[in-house]
Ligand binder design. Structure first.
Ligand code: D5M
Ligand code: FE
Ligand code: ZN
Length: 426
């Protein structure tokens, strides 16, 4: 699509930015891992997700676990529960009062068996329970799921660039290549660009891991170019400050950034990216996750820490296809459903990781592998990385796709994957 045009108008410059921050985690720390905090947190998760499932007419007046256990009837009963533990052909579920063991029928429909395989602990599901002799069977399993509705399109022919995982400070940060992306954008202002995509850029989102940080993984000091966090952010600021000013830059943190590791992570404090904010303005620092409306188009921006857990616990999710893991998160309506494994969660009274209103665009990173898909109307993008494979990742057999990003064309709701070869001649 780049070929043929001679000169393009910087469309991104013609439109005012229209950013509304719908959700960004508060900066105050509320980490406390007492039993009471955990109980309040999970009650809130249960209530929020149960409310979503209850919107379905067949679950509007679901039974409680206690009611089912005390009823002499064979059912079937509809109930809303959290998955507590999973066995081979059975699982234990609970609601706010009580728990029960459910079996998967020997002759279960394929869809029930598939749903059973999709269950992980701490997700909330709707279940049809049938009693046979003295045992209870799950005869249907329903995930909270996002509605299948069309994506929101806008009239303005502008785009949002989706990037993540720069890892400034790492020896493996591809600084030269990353600067070429900025050059690609800058040529528009200079009037020499032939790229209509670059010209349409109005927003640029970074979904975490701006810097490589320090003491993030064993032996990291050997893989660093810049060994102080402040200096890593200063370098990142200098680089990002070169982005044309009419492009609104939105930055979220990841597990390598300076903020606390537990989700939700507050925004990177402005003082670390002061030069970026001072030199070019048009910068919004958000937390992880964040929900942002750009011209009314709803973006969920999330670093993606839980994609590792999802890949190890959900059979159908492969590490190399992060978009499938992201689809899974949408289907369970939670950004980090598995508690107590790789993903750290800060236990607040409110579980802000529940996916409320369905996003138009779901943007994540973290796994350093590009992936995209469309799922029930939502455009899913995992934007890859700007860090070459590190020796540490090599030892873990993680095969990244460095030098990738995407443009989201807001007027036709299309995700355009981009890489170095797309910007080379532009
Ligand atoms: O994540 C970069 C990649 O490395 C991503 O695929 C996750 C993986 N990773 C990161 N930390 C770990 C640990 N502790 N164990 C296994 N795999 C890991 P990044 O967040 O950029 O380091
Ligand atoms: Fe990363
Ligand atoms: Zn990460």
């Amino acid at each position: 699509m780049e070929i043929g045009a001679t000169k393009v108008v910087p469309l991104g410059k013609e439109y005012e930015s229209n950013v509304e921050l719908i959700y960004s985690p508060p900066s105050v720390s509320y980490v406390d891992d007492s039993v009471q905090s955990k109980t309040r947190h999970f009650r809130n998760r249960f209530e929020k997700l149960a409310a979503i499932i209850r919107r379905r007419p067949d679950f509007a007046s679901a039974y409680t676990v206690r009611e089912i256990l005390r009823s002499p009837s064979p059912g079937p009963f509809k109930t809303i529960v959290m998955v507590a533990r999973k066995g081979r052909g059975n699982f234990i579920v609970e609601d706010l009062e009580e728990e029960m063991t459910l079996n998967i029928p020997k002759n279960a429909k394929k869809i029930v068996i598939d749903s059973f395989h999709d269950l992980v602990t701490d997700i909330v599901v709707g279940i049809e329970v049938t009693r046979h002799r003295d045992a209870l069977f799950a005869t249907d399993i329903i995930l909270p799921q996002i509605p299948d509705t069309p994506v929101r399109k806008i009239r303005e022919p502008i785009s949002t660039l989706l990037l993540s995982d720069l890892h400034v400070g790492s020896k493996y940060f591809m600084e030269k290549d990353f600067l070429r992306v900025i050059e690609w954008l800058s040529k528009v202002e200079g009037g020499s660009s032939i790229s209509s995509v670059a010209a349409s850029a109005k927003y640029l989102i970074i979904a975490g891991d701006v810097i490589d940080g320090v003491f993030v993984y064993p032996g990291q000091e050997r893989e660093l170019d810049i060994v102080e966090v402040e200096k890593q952010y200063r370098r990142a600021s200098q680089i990002l400050a070169k982005i044309p000013e009419y492009i609104h830059v939105i930055v979220a943190p990841g597990n390598h950034d300076i903020v606390r590791k537990g989700l939700p992570q507050p925004p990177i404090p402005t003082e670390y990216l002061k030069e970026l904010a001072d030199e070019r303005g048009n910068v919004t620092l958000v937390g992880n996750p964040a929900v942002i409306s750009l011209h009314g188009v709803r973006f969920v921006v999330y670093h993606g820490q839980s994609l590792e857990d999802v890949a190890s616990y959900v059979a159908k999710v492969e590490y190399s296809k992060p978009q499938v893991g992201m689809e899974y998160l949408l289907s369970v309506r939670h950004l980090a459903p598995i508690y107590g494994d790789n993903t750290q969660i800060a236990l607040a009274d409110n579980d802000d990781l529940v996916i409320g209103d369905k996003p138009d665009v779901f943007h994540a990173g973290h796994v350093h592998i590009f992936g995209k898909s469309e799922y029930r109307g939502t455009r899913i993008v995992n934007s890859g990385t700007w860090q070459q494979q590190t020796p540490y990742q090599n030892s873990l057999r993680i095969m990244p796709t460095p030098g990738t990003f995407a443009a989201y064309l807001m007027n036709d709701a299309r995700v355009l994957p981009l890489g170095l070869s797309d910007i080379e001649y532009a």
